[in-house]
Design a protein around this ligand. Structure first.
Ligand code: MN
Ligand code: MN
Length: 460
């Protein structure tokens, strides 16, 4: 045998989707991206992501589920957990004790939250105090157009939704940055500590109402009162967040990439949602989880450390006459989360052979964690083998990848919280450039391979 053939037979080689897939598949990927970008614009917070997902699911025949409800083969249901966490599931024809096929993504993204007593004025400007949410590089959020999203619960218990900065006619908000002329002392500080959290104050006004104390604050509050009927005390019972005002856009002259806020992790949540909808005729019982609070450690009863997922599996098992412990032992889960795309501009933090390469397909990550596999599920080879066979069966283009060089940092996903319940789980997702930045970038063909991977997992 020629050595060239022998190499082809024996060596593993990552290949670009552009080399491996045909023209038709690439066109399909670019078409899929259009609806994904619309979802991104509708879903900048976990609440909005739940609402937008329900609209899509209901259009496909999914109906609301209540705990204790009877379940039949062919049912397509969803459970909205407090408006921030969504469970979709379908009841398959096979014995439930063969397990459930679960895809779990998160729909919260790093952002800047408004404090309970936020509004003040100082020397000609009014501001909102903030407390950032998740792992942001603070300097990236200065001097860019920002939007305010969230909900306010008023004294009488009624709620009002707030969105300012998304309509082209809306004003946007802002965090002040320093001019280079006076930045000499700042320019020599380490990036990570140059901007303190307490400097992330949101500029919301500068025009006074009257000429007494706090006239700018008064005008700002009056505008909010006229638009939303709220008073200052209502901030105490609100969840308001600052997100980038930018919409999702094609990136690159060839339009091959998508730039947007919140790819992590809607770039996995959206294809996982579409996959359960498009695979509802599978003989397997399927579940898609869109979780909250991943970026702050999956705490709280809308995060994946909550017992609610187990309650739901218990309820489904009881309704179908199955033993929930057997159901869990045989269930399989894709923890659908992003990984870092290898970036030649920052080559020194990656280990190229084991990094996800852009446009080389969906990335399967055996372990996450940090400092020597600390705090990771580290998926079993047997289970990865199962996923590998599912991908092969459906021709999904995938690659192995880990986050970066062993000693430079690390991260985690919901995988370990799901594995705690005796469910096999592995991380699978889309490689992202500039993860957690206000404007992250992904490849359209990787997004589509993620969708195809979730479909393969639902059906295999
Ligand atoms: Mn994530
Ligand atoms: Mn993240």
């Amino acid at each position: 045998m020629e050595t060239k053939e022998l190499k082809e037979q024996l060596f593993y080689k990552k290949q670009s989707v552009y080399e491996k897939a045909d023209e038709k598949a690439i066109d399909a990927a670019y078409d899929f991206a259009v609806d994904y970008m619309k979802y991104l614009d509708d879903a900048k917070t976990e609440r909005e992501a739940v609402d937008a997902a329900i609209v899509i699911a209901e259009a496909a025949g999914f109906k609301p589920y209540s705990l204790g409800q009877a379940l039949n083969v062919g049912d397509k249901l969803y459970y909205n957990n407090r408006g921030k966490n969504l469970f979709l599931f379908t009841i398959g024809s096979e014995n439930l004790e063969n397990g459930i096929r679960i895809s779990a993504a998160h729909i919260d993204s790093p952002r800047i939250d408004i404090k309970p007593v936020p509004l003040y004025e100082d020397e000609g400007m009014s501001f909102l105090k903030t407390h950032y949410y998740g792992g942001i590089r603070k300097y990236q959020w200065l001097a860019i157009p920002l939007a305010l999203h969230g909900v306010v619960i008023k004294a009488d218990g009624t709620s009002v939704n707030v969105v300012i900065g998304e309509d082209d006619n809306d004003p946007v908000l802002y965090i002040n940055d320093l001019l280079p002329h006076l930045a000499a002392n700042y320019n020599t500080k380490p990036l990570g500590s140059a901007i303190e959290g307490e400097k992330l104050n949101i500029l919301v006004g500068s025009r006074p109402l009257g000429n007494e104390d706090n006239a700018i604050k008064l005008n700002t509050m009056k505008i909010l009162n006229e638009k939303y009927g709220i008073v200052e005390e209502d901030f105490l019972t609100a969840e308001l967040s600052i997100v980038p005002a930018q919409k999702a856009r094609d990136v690159g002259l060839d339009r091959s990439l998508i730039g947007a806020y919140g790819h992590d992790d809607r770039v996995c949540a959206y294809p996982a949602l579409k996959a359960i909808i498009d695979s509802a005729d599978s003989e397997h019982t399927l579940m898609c989880i869109l979780a909250d609070k991943e970026e702050t450690g999956s705490d709280g009863n809308t995060g994946m450390q909550s017992d609610f997922m187990m309650d739901l599996i218990d309820e489904i098992s009881i309704a179908r006459g199955a033993n929930p412990r057997i159901v869990r032992a045989n269930s399989k889960c894709l923890s659908a989360d992003v990984s870092a795309a290898y970036d030649p501009n920052f080559a020194e933090v990656f280990e190229k052979r084991n990094s996800a390469l852009l446009s080389c397909g969906v990335v399967l990550t055996k372990y996450t964690g940090s400092r020597g596999k600390g705090s990771t599920n580290d998926a079993h080879a047997e289970f990865i083998g199962f996923v590998r066979r599912a991908m092969a069966e459906y021709g999904v283009i995938w690659q192995a990848g880990e986050l970066g060089r062993v000693d430079v940092g690390g991260g985690g996903t919901v995988a370990k919280y799901i594995s705690m319940h005796n469910i096999d789980v592995v991380d699978l997702g889309v490689p992202v450039i500039a993860m957690h930045a206000p404007f992250e970038v992904i490849s359209k063909v990787d997004l589509y391979e993620a969708y195809r991977a979730f479909c393969a997992f639902c059906k295999f």
